[in-house]
Design a protein around this ligand. Structure first.
Ligand code: NAP
Length: 333
């Protein structure tokens, strides 16, 4: 019997195990156009926290007592859709479960057989890599010679941003929690990485920008918000561009942000733009060509933090908010 994690209740601040319930799914026959997938890997993402709350956003909230959703990859085991035959490997949005009935509403993509491990389609080759690529190159319009600051730089999106920027001839300053993560960010090609858990962000960023960035930054790729965003405002050079990808620092408590340097948007003529990676789907071909080439040439590394078994999904998810992952957080089934 297939099982799925259901949303049991909505969290007020930090979610906990009490908000999730693992339940069996009814055994339903396939309708024409549907197929059944045995999931092999489940994606674990911070944006899922937003869907646990009943607020208006770019995706609807999870319904109470209904299966949760998210990215997943697996193999077709039964099919009533000629485009997705038994044995095909598929990326789709029916995650948080071991087996899924998939139709067009779950945005399935048949994966090409190019000899890469299946889970990479949830990382640099998939939406994670595309988010980094579009945010950096389309939203912030970063170019060779720019000094790029990226927060959560040892995370899935952040580590891709570091490498894309390095591959495109930019100077990168990362930020991450702890010396081990910072060492990896530098290994990926960042000129410097500040450890935001070791002290306030602004003086550390000022020092790194002085050493590597002519005293300022041209681009900020924001995954965190809060203190990181304020420090980026403080050190932005004229006409800096900020790609606003996420703000994990405020997903759980919605605490008021002290933005002492927001005023610099005016004097430094900073352009700040939020984005959702789906805004740029028309550019997927460009992303796949560049990313494919970098992966083949060994110019795109990845790390994964892997939890095993469907039971571990809530633990893996909650770990994102205390930095338990380096690189992409995944559940292997
Ligand atoms: P991730 O970075 O792999 O995981 C989250 C990381 O955030 C943690 O490992 C942790 O690393 C850091 N973190 C957690 N709480 C923090 C805090 N209070 N202050 C500073 N850092 C904190 O996750 P991801 O999937 O790559 O997502 C990164 C960001 O991109 C998230 O904000 C996500 O919502 C956003 N996103 C946006 C889009 C889009 O289309 N706009 C798409 C995908 C993801 P440390 O140990 O370094 O603290």
């Amino acid at each position: 019997m297939a099982r799925a994690w259901h949303l049991k209740s909505r969290p007020v601040a930090m979610p906990g195990p009490e908000n999730f319930e693992l339940k069996e799914l009814p055994d339903v026959p396939l309708a024409q156009g549907q197929f059944r997938v045995r999931n092999a890997w489940l994606s674990v993402d911070p944006y899922m926290r937003g869907r646990m709350s009943d607020v208006k956003s770019y995706v609807p909230p999870f319904a109470i007592d209904a299966p949760m959703q998210g990215g997943a990859v697996g193999t077709v085991i039964d099919s009533a859709n000629g485009d997705f035959p038994v044995g095909a490997q598929v990326l789709h949005m029916a995650g948080w479960r071991d087996e899924a009935v998939v139709g067009p509403e779950l945005m399935p993509q048949k994966l090409p057989e190019i000899g890469v491990p299946l889970h990479h389609w949830l990382g640099n080759l998939g939406l994670t890599g595309a988010t980094a690529y579009f945010g950096l190159l389309k939203v912030a319009e970063a170019r060779e010679g720019d000094v790029v600051f990226v927060s959560a730089a040892a995370g899935a999106v952040g580590s891709a941003v570091v490498q894309i920027a390095r591959n495109k001839g930019m100077t990168v300053i990362g930020s991450a929690g702890g010396p081990e993560k910072c060492a990896w960010v530098r290994e990926l090609g960042a000129a410097a990485c500040i450890d935001y858990k070791a002290g306030p962000v602004l003086p550390q960023l000022a020092e790194a920008a002085k050493a590597h960035g002519k005293g300022g930054i041209d681009v900020y790729f924001d995954n965190v918000g809060g203190e990181h965003l304020d420090a980026a405002c403080a050190l932005a050079r004229d006409f800096a561009r900020f790609a606003m990808c996420g703000m994990i620092d405020v997903y759980n408590d919605g605490k008021p942000q002290e933005m002492r340097y927001l005023i610099r948007l005016v004097s430094a003529r900073i352009r700040m733009q939020g984005f959702i990676f789906t805004d740029y789907l028309a550019h997927m071909g460009e992303f796949q060509a560049d990313m494919g080439e970098w992966v083949r040439a060994g110019r795109m590394q990845s790390r994964e933090t892997i939890h095993d078994g469907l039971e571990s999904m809530p633990d893996a998810f909650l770990g994102l908010f205390r930095g338990a992952n380096t690189g992409k957080m995944l559940v292997r089934l």
